[in-house]
Design a protein around this ligand. Sequence first.
Ligand code: SF4
Length: 307
Amino acid sequence: MNKAELKAEIAALKKRHKAVILAHNYQVDEVQEIADYTGDSFALSKLAASITAEVIVLCGVRFMAESAYILSPDKTILQPDIQAGCPLAESINPEGLEAKKKEYPEAAVVCYVNSSAEIKALSDICCTSSNAVEVVNSLKEREVIFVPDKNLASFVAVYTDKKIIPWEGCCATHNEVTVDDVYKLRNLYPDGVVTVHPECRSEVTALADHVGSTNQIIKFAKETAAKKIIVGTEIGTLFKLKKDNPQKEFYLLSRKLICPDMKLNNMAKIKDALTYMQHQITVPDRIRKPAFRSLNRMLQVKMKRVV
Ligand code: SF4
């Protein structure tokens, strides 16, 4: 089946099953092209909870499909490639988090949405890279165990007077960016501006002109007067950046900014997902209910910045 035939087949299957396709900004271009909505994990979480479709094809990684199910258990959530996981989410398990909670019994637990349903269930509240600062500052506790991303934890620590106790996990993709990459690209494009994701190391975020979630990077790129933008997040984001700003030039901060898990989905797998209703992601109620509480509490936190 060629690309046009695949596209037509997917459109017919979507109609038959009352399905929508949600794609993360890190997905390959062909997936973003056919998606009904694209966005970062915060945007996709909100969409999954609000749209009326019966079937959601979640093109991202496992924790995103789980979040969609946690928020919308009445919908069928399909993950086209069942192997798509997240090394950051897998860096923490429930036993490890329980031990940390015993060590700091007074602390609240904030978990980045890039975590398993079990970790969300054991946390007080979730956050995304868009709202991590607001979520932490919304808590009454003075101490916060922040899991699982140590880099996002360092970023949050700059904007709060609470004691942040980080988990030592990191994103295997964003953590690869170095200060040398920033110096190199700034030398190549001295009139460019550098925008990076807070999953990058703190020494990298400290050198950037702007730090934000994928959606915030997309917004920044639209609003900045700069014509050359050096981007420190996953390569898939360039699809939307270039589409939104054809008059601007974008340069990836490092060639290592490719998440292999995010590249596993494609059009053929989406067609199979809708044909065979595979792979359905569910979460048992004993985990879903407390995880829902953590996600829902996050959705209630007022944002000062646009996300
Ligand atoms: S980019 Fe990083 S945090 Fe996102 S899915 Fe890949 S490994 Fe996980």
